[in-house]
Ligand binder design. Structure first.
Ligand code: ATP
Ligand code: MG
Length: 199
């Protein structure tokens, strides 16, 4: 099978697996992830964290957002860039942020330029993913949004966001067929494990 066919096949299988997880499994996953994420991301006042609102069976981060707000940290959510439409912007997510559905039906904060954080200035980014491997490789939904956005972070930046992939355990594969543009992760956190790929 060609590389692209393999990626299409893995996406189909993994999306089915996570969409079929029961409500109980999803609730337990959200609680365990909340604990495991706190082992990797030190969330304190003014820490800037990129997160996501779950969709398509992705693990729910609501507990993590609540914790961030209670610690006066600054969670951010991705917004599809209004002009390029190929990149993401990260905008602060407050309890009362006005929200609207994007073209995929995913809710995002209504654009407010004064609340945008340049991606390189986030301390952590919790990325959703469709599949991962223990080497830190990540396969997304196929839009290239995260890859394009994370590619903007200069290699020689003094401080870069720590990239943490968030997944259900069933989304692990032995070795992902990776492409040159795929941006690897620093950590992957599942309800059961924390992966710290060595590179
Ligand atoms: N840095 C980049 N610059 C230009 N195009 C890119 C870049 N990264 C990815 N792309 C384009 O995006 C398309 C989708 O990429 P890919 O299949 O890796 O998406 P994905 O990782 O599953 O999605 P996402 O990044 O949204 O999670 C690729 O075919 C590629 O053409
Ligand atoms: Mg990719």
């Amino acid at each position: 099978m060609q590389l692209n066919e393999q990626r299409v096949d893995i996406r189909k299988r993994m999306r089915n697996l996570r969409k079929n997880l029961s409500k109980e499994v999803q609730e337990q996953a959200a609680k365990s992830l909340y604990i495991n994420i706190s082992q990797v991301a030190n969330i304190t006042k003014n820490t800037r964290i990129g997160g996501y609102l779950s969709n398509d069976g992705e693990p729910d981060l609501s507990l993590v957002f609540k914790e961030m707000w209670s610690k006066k940290a600054k969670p951010h959510l991705p917004i599809i860039h209004p002009f390029t439409r190929t990149h993401l912007l990260f905008q602060e997510y407050e309890k009362n942020s006005p929200m609207k559905a994007n073209r995929y039906g995913i809710f995002e904060p209504e654009l407010n330029c004064s609340h945008i954080c340049p991606v390189a200035e986030l301390d952590f980014i919790l990325t959703p993913l469709v599949a991962f491997d223990s080497q830190g490789n990540r396969l997304g939904m196929g839009g290239g949004y995260y890859d394009r956005t994370l590619a903007q972070i200069p290699d020689n930046a003094v401080k870069k966001p720590v990239l943490i992939g968030i997944a259900h355990q069933c989304q692990e594969v032995d070795a992902l067929p990776i492409a040159s543009w795929d941006v690897p992760l620093d950590y992957i956190v599942t309800p059961e494990r924390i992966y710290c790929p060595d590179r």
